[in-house]
Write a protein of this length. Sequence first.
Length: 144
Amino acid sequence: MNSITLILESCLKRTNSFIRFLIVGAINTLTGLSTMFLLFNTVEFSFWFSTFLGNSVGAIVSYSLNRNFTFHSKVPIKKSVPRFIAVILFCYFFSYTVSSMAAGMIKEQFSLNMLRAENLAMFIGTAVYMITNYFGQKLFVFKK
């Protein structure tokens, strides 16, 4: 390992779980959002399918990194995976509902076409997803 890696690893071990969660969240959010926007705008999948697949890709990255890096969890995989899936599904459907309502309000309030409103709503849904996901993982999935 080089010295920069050792310094970063040493510093990040001392940070609290929320800071580590934000770092992991940035990685899986960028992965999920990139997937969403690529599928929605390039492949032209529906809003629902694009956000579902984007969040699914982000969830796989999230589970692995949060289990090992954020929470240093020793909870058995057989126990944590079903809980993780339940939290992810709750967070997804909750954030999807909020972002869908936001898309309608944004469209009406700012006279945007639905495509632009849905793109903005994806960011709102991502923020809602991140906050609910942190608490679900910390308090339910990887609880010590």
